[in-house]
Structures are given as structure tokens and as C-alpha cells.
Design a protein around this ligand. Structure first.
Ligand code: PGA
Length: 252
């Protein structure tokens, strides 16, 4: 089954988030072939969005978490709190956090481990910057990020990790990677994770970065691409519906 995840970032109010979630659920109601859809609203909207998603096939994720389970950490949100409001997934190490908020590989590793320990499936974001690609360092950088996220992690056979290959230059730029580049990097991510001890069925690799309705199919039709992580286009219901449809078409 392909995966279509929507990262709503800091764009929507609670009311807008609930309306969008309802719209997505309505779009897939009664359909037999539907990808796994994961919606990631802001923290402030999680509770209300979850209320309308109960008994739906659509799942909910958060956009970040802190690695401690509880305590005096002003402003932070724990895996336990995310479970409490109905999250099944959590985005970890998004490039906006790595590059604008100083999140390091080590922090990403702690967050990944905390998510797994709480029974949340992490969506670990990796990807190179423009200059790293210009220097042909993308493979070295992404390999390092994947290895670091998995350091010291032990998964049971039922647990899995989603990786999102999101080249920094492709995010929000309107210039996605080519499907060929994505396939190459996805294979590298999968191999690196398997070398670190994960089984094939414990790994899914999504592509993210300027995914839109016009290009979604070209990524999703690649067997190496397990799904897409969509930012800007995920808050436009019509666009997101078309991306979901592209994933369903590939599955049919
Ligand atoms: P974008 O964002 O689809 O707007 O490029 C993707 C992401 O940041 O996850």
C-alpha cells in the first residue's frame, strides 16, 4: 500500500484543520483502493482533528516531539502526550527544524527512539542542501543522517520506520527532485537502514519536496517510492485529493 502523508506545518487554525480533515475523509469514503493517508496538523489542532477521524482509515501524525516522556521541559511535547491525543505517527528531523532550529543528528536519534518506545511510528526526514548536492555529497550526507537516526535503536518485528527523502532545495521551491534522483536516494536509504539491522518490511521511504498533483504519479509509480510527504499541496483539498488518487491508481 502506498502512503500519502500531509505535513500541514504552521498554516492552519483548529477550525481549518478540522474542515480539511473532514474533506480528506469524505474524499476517500466508500473507495475500495485507498493509500495509507497520514495527516499531520499542528499540535494545537490534534485533539479536535482526532475527534473527527475516529473510526476512519485516515491516521494522524504530529510534526515533532521531545525525547523525554514527562517533566520540567517548558514548551515541549512528549510522545506520551501525542499518543494521548490520538497520534499514530510523528515527523522527526524535518529540514525546517534541522536548518532553522538547530536540530542535530543526535537530537533526531533521541526523538526517533522516543517515538518508537511510545509506540508511535516515526517519519524521519533526511535530505541534502543545495550546496551539498553541488558538491556531490548527497549520498554521504543522507547516509550519515540515516545511520545517526538509527544508532542504538532496537525494533521489534512489528515496529517500523518511515523515512522521508526531502532534499532541502526541493522543499517549498516548486522544483522537485527528478523521480530518477529520488529512486537512487531511496535505494541508498533502504540499504543503509538494512545494513543497520532493519528488515525490508520495517522500512518505508517516502519522497517529499514540491510534490503536487501534476507530478505525484511520476514518483508514486516507482516501486522504490513507498509514498509521498506533501507540504504546501496538502493544505489544498483539491490538490491533495488528486495526489491520493494518483497513489490509488498505482495500487489498483
Ligand atoms: P512541500 O513541503 O511539499 O511544500 O515542498 C514538503 C515538506 O516540507 O514536508
Amino acid at each position: 500500500m502506498k502512503i500519502v502523508a500531509g505535513n500541514w506545518k504552521m498554516h492552519l487554525s483548529t477550525r481549518e484543520s478540522v474542515a480539511l480533515a473532514r474533506g480528506v475523509m469524505l474524499a476517500v469514503r466508500g473507495k475500495t483502493t485507498v493509500p495509507q493517508i497520514i495527516l499531520c496538523p499542528s499540535f494545537t489542532a490534534l485533539s479536535e482533528v482526532h475527534k473527527v477521524m475516529v473510526r476512519s482509515r485516515v491516521m494522524m501524525g504530529a510534526q515533532d516531539l521531545f525525547w523525554e516522556t514527562a517533566g520540567a521541559y517548558t514548551g515541549e511535547i512528549s510522545s506520551r502526550q501525542l499518543k494521548d491525543v490520538g497520534c499514530s505517527y510523528v515527523i522527526v528531523g524535518h529540514s525546517e527544524r534541522r536548518h532553522q532550529l538547530g536540530e542535530t543528528d543526535e537530537m533526531v536519534a533521541k526523538k526517533t527512539a522516543a517515538a518508537i518506545a511510545a509506540g508511535l511510528t516515526p517519519i524521519v526526514c533526511v535530505g541534502e542542501t543545495t550546496s551539498e548536492r553541488q558538491e556531490a555529497e548527497q549520498q554521504t550526507v543522507v547516509k550519515r543522517q540515516v545511520k545517526a537516526a538509527l544508532a542504538g535503536l532496537h525494533l521489534t518485528s512489528k515496529e517500523m520506520i518511515l523515512f522521508a527523502y526531502e532534499p532541502v532545495w526541493a522543499i517549498g521551491s516548486g522544483h522537485p527532485a527528478s523521480p530518477t534522483d529520488a529512486v537512487e536516494m531511496h535505494a541508498l536509504i533502504r540499504k543503509t537502514a538494512m545494513d543497520a539491522g532493519l528488515k525490508q518490511k520495517q522500512i518505508a521511504v517516502l519522497y517529499g519536496g514540491s510534490v503536487e498533483k501534476s507530478n505525484a504519479y511520476s514518483f508514486l509509480r516507482e516501486p522504490e517510492v513507498d509514498g509521498v510527504l506533501v507540504g504546501g499541496a496538502s493544505i489544498k483539498l483539491g490538490e491533495f485529493e488528486q495526489i491520493v488518487k494518483a497513489a490509488a491508481d498505482v495500487q489498483a
